[in-house]
Each structure stands twice: as C-alpha cells, then as structure tokens.
Design a protein around this ligand. Structure first.
Ligand code: C5P
Length: 220
C-alpha cells in the first residue's frame, strides 16, 4: 500500500466503544448488588471490531475474560464509573455498542464497615436509588453516530424491546433471552429504528458479533 493509501485507510478507521459485563454496586466492603452477565457478548463485539480494523475501547465491568488482541480495555466497577468512562470514550467515537448488564439500582450509601447481623431483627431494609441509564444519557447527544443497545427479555420481548429502542434513542436494539446467559450460542432479533427486524438463530456469540460490527448508521 502507498503512504497515501495507508493514510486514507487510517483516516477511515472507525472508533468503537463497547461496554461489557455486569456492574457491581457495593453495600459494604464485601457485599454488592449485581447482574448475571459473563461479558462474553461484549468481548466478542470488541474482538470482531478490532479484527475488521476498528479502533476499539472496551469498557468492562468485573469479568474473568482476557482482553481481545488490539483492544484498549478500561476496567470499571459500578454504573457511575461506567457512565463516566463511556461518556469520555464516546466523545471521540463513531459507534457505541452497549452490551453491559448495568445494575438498575444502587444502595443509597455504602457502609464503611461490614453490615453486621448481630443485634438486628429478622428483617432488614436496604434503601436503593436509581442508577443512571448510560445508554439513554449517551445516546441523547449521539448526532448521526451509531448506537446499538441490548435487551434481555423473558417472554415476548419484541414489543418491549421496540419501546426501549425509542425510549433510549438507539439505532438498534439486540433482543435476546435468558438462554444467552453464560452460553456460547444465542438467538437474537436485531430491531432497527427504521422498523427493520433480523433474526439470527442459535449462532455463536462470535458470529452475532460479526454481524453487529457491520451494521450501518440509520438516517433519522
Ligand atoms: O432497560 P434495560 O436494562 O433492559 O436496557 C438494556 C440496555 O440498556 C442495554 O444496552 C444496557 O447496556 C443499557 N443500560 C444502560 N444503563 C442502565 C441500564 C441499561 O446503559 N442503567
């Protein structure tokens, strides 16, 4: 390739931000609220994007996975840290793929010492406050950049996922069900803001990821 061709290719390199895994919301130094999430789907999206030549920032909650080659990883613990990291990375990005299973709630306060059961009764109350919706907040200022969200729904999720697509301002929502949790294969419906719907049945997460990184922005 000529120097000019190389410069052209570099200029066209997309900048992709992927979030993955759960968040953890600590109650005290040793206990937390979280979601079931292995992080595998997001790590596969990061891998697939890097393989096609994208510049990738992977914002990961606490997961036991190796960073895919060529990917810049930012580790976070709770939803507010993930929001900060995502906002920062998306500032200069073209694409956001939000696969993270963000905890909807966090304890109003984190106890400094262990929450002791001694002296307590048979029940206890934990006050929770709402976490920010990272996808909705970031997508609000997305302009014509591509934003892809995920929705894990039980039962008939299409109507719910479609509402989510609108409410959160994403271009696409990838609908899956709880059989995807920790599994290698998954069945998904990719719902577009343009009304499109594409089903991928029992594909590996790697195969689904390769389809997702080829999605194009939708015109409003
Ligand atoms: O509302 P629900 O959690 O089902 O939405 C799922 C989508 O929204 C996922 O893409 C998830 O990463 C994102 N989300 C978020 N911040 C939250 C909750 C979900 O970005 N607090």
């Amino acid at each position: 390739m000529t120097a000019r061709g190389r410069r052209g290719a570099a200029a066209r390199r997309r900048r992709v931000v992927v979030t993955a895994g759960p968040t953890r919301e600590y109650v005290d130094p040793v206990r937390y609220l979280s979601n079931e999430s292995s992080g595998r789907m997001g790590f596969e999206v990061a891998r697939a994007a890097a393989e096609r030549g994208d510049h990738v920032v992977l914002i990961a909650g606490p997961v036991e996975l190796a960073t895919p080659p060529g990917v810049t990883r930012v580790d976070v613990v709770n939803a507010r840290d993930m929001l900060r990291a995502t906002r920062e990375a998306f500032r200069t990005a073209d694409v956001l793929v939000m696969t993270a299973a963000v905890a909807d709630w966090r304890p109003r306060r984190k106890r400094r010492g262990k929450w002791r059961k001694e002296g307590g009764g048979e029940s206890a109350t934990l006050e929770l406050v709402r976490n920010p919706d990272i996808l909705a907040e970031v997508a609000r200022r997305k302009g014509d950049r591509l934003v892809i969200g995920f929705a894990l729904e039980t039962g008939d999720g299409v109507a719910r996922a479609t509402r989510k697509l609108e409410r959160k301002g994403a271009d696409y929502v990838v609908l899956n069900d709880e059989s995807a949790l920790g599994a290698d294969r998954t069945t998904v419906d990719i719902l577009g803001r343009d009304g499109s719907r594409r089903r991928l049945e029992r594909r590996t997460k790697r195969a689904v990821a390769r389809v997702l990184v080829r999605l194009k922005p939708l015109r409003a």
